[in-house]
Design a protein around this ligand. Structure first.
Ligand SMILES: Nc1ncnc2c1ncn2[C@@H]1O[C@H](COP(=O)(O)OP(=O)(O)OP(=O)(O)O)[C@@H](O)[C@H]1O
Ligand SMILES: O=P(O)(O)OC[C@H]1O[C@H](OP(=O)(O)OP(=O)(O)O)[C@H](O)[C@@H]1O
Ligand SMILES: [Mg+2]
Length: 279
């Protein structure tokens, strides 16, 4: 059986489970379950702390894992990203009292739950600072006098605002949930179907199926608006001089494209969700 590590709780847990269900895998019944076996697909899932997942995968005890890119980098484990999964996006940033700049980093005390990322960033910039490792709620460290600045995950920025802190400098990294495997692992034929299914979910989420009727003379213009992934399907309509077009279209652009299609005479424009796909 293929063994896959998933976050047992936290920001990535629910969305990771949802993505696997959309990919056709059985998931745990209750959030307390530590494992789940999907016999039909010959996959076993292990629910672990997201921070530990790269370690399990790097050791070879588990074949694949889903964790945050920031957690992977912070761990320094011998694991690599196979696929970015499009959820759990965040940035990792320095923050301090208003007016703090990157010039203040040298010689400062930096509180963080991600010392691996911070030390790597300081090294790259040739700065020396003292990194104070905290378990969480690091934004409090400045007002409590434990640190001069923090380096932490920022999603909406609400937590920083509440603590009276402001980000400074460029983002240290951009993170999202990623599928990982051991660095340089031999190609495993059991991994390919998982990868294809997850890629299928990503495409199904970001595309819709667009169908419309248009006069044959406007077809080329219409098709240039909806080129699809390979090429759109064009079929004759019973009504003389009209064709029906079907094409996968980026979800984010579909309303603009519908307006433009309507303007060139397309009618009966329908949008449907794609439940699953293999491209
Ligand atoms: N709003 C968010 N807060 C925390 N982590 C987030 C957020 N959005 C995305 N993430 C990502 O989730 C991962 C952290 O997950 P983890 O489960 O360790 O943290 P958590 O949700 O803060 O849970 P915990 O209660 O253990 O602190 C990181 O990869 C981080 O980039
Ligand atoms: O930018 P925001 O939307 O405010 O989200 C980012 C905050 O959320 C996380 O904290 P969490 O709630 O996980 O607490 P923790 O610090 O104890 O992990 C993270 O560590 C930041 O503090
Ligand atoms: Mg947290």
């Amino acid at each position: 059986m293929l063994r896959i590590a998933l976050p047992n709780k936290g920001a990535l847990s629910e969305a990771a489970g949802r993505m696997l269900v959309e990919a056709g895998y059985r998931q745990r019944r209750v959030t307390k379950d530590l494992t789940a076996t999907d016999s039909a697909n010959r996959v076993q899932f292990f629910y672990l702390r997201p921070r530990d997942i790269a370690t399990y995968v790097a050791s070879g005890d588990l074949d694949l894992g889903i964790t945050g890119r920031d957690l992977l980098v912070d761990s320094g484990a011998d694991a690599e990203e196979l696929l970015a999964l499009g959820f759990g996006a965040s940035t990792f940033r320095y923050a301090g009292r208003p007016g703090t700049t990157v010039e203040d980093l040298a010689g400062s005390r930096i509180a963080t739950s991600f010392p691996g990322i911070v030390e790597r960033d300081l090294r790259a910039a040739g700065r020396t600072a003292s990194v104070i490792r905290l378990d969480g709620a690091v934004e409090n460290a400045v007002s409590l006098g434990v640190a001069d600045v923090v380096a932490d995950v920022v999603e909406t920025g609400a937590t920083l605002r509440q603590a009276g802190l402001e980000v400074f400098g460029e983002p240290i990294m951009a993170s999202e949930a990623v599928l990982i495997r051991r660095t340089g692992a031999d190609d495993d034929p059991r991994v390919q179907p998982v990868l294809r299914r997850l890629q299928g979910v990503l495409v199904a989420r970001s595309y819709v199926m667009l169908a419309y009727d248009v006069r044959a003379e406007s077809m080329e213009r219409a098709v240039s608006l909806t080129p699809g992934i390979e090429s759109p399907t064009v079929s004759p309509l019973h009504r003389e001089g009209w064709v029906a077009v079907q094409s996968m279209t980026p979800r984010a652009e579909v309303h603009r494209i519908m307006d433009e299609l309507y303007a060139i005479g397309a009618r009966g424009i329908l949008v449907t969700d794609i439940l699953a796909c293999r491209i």
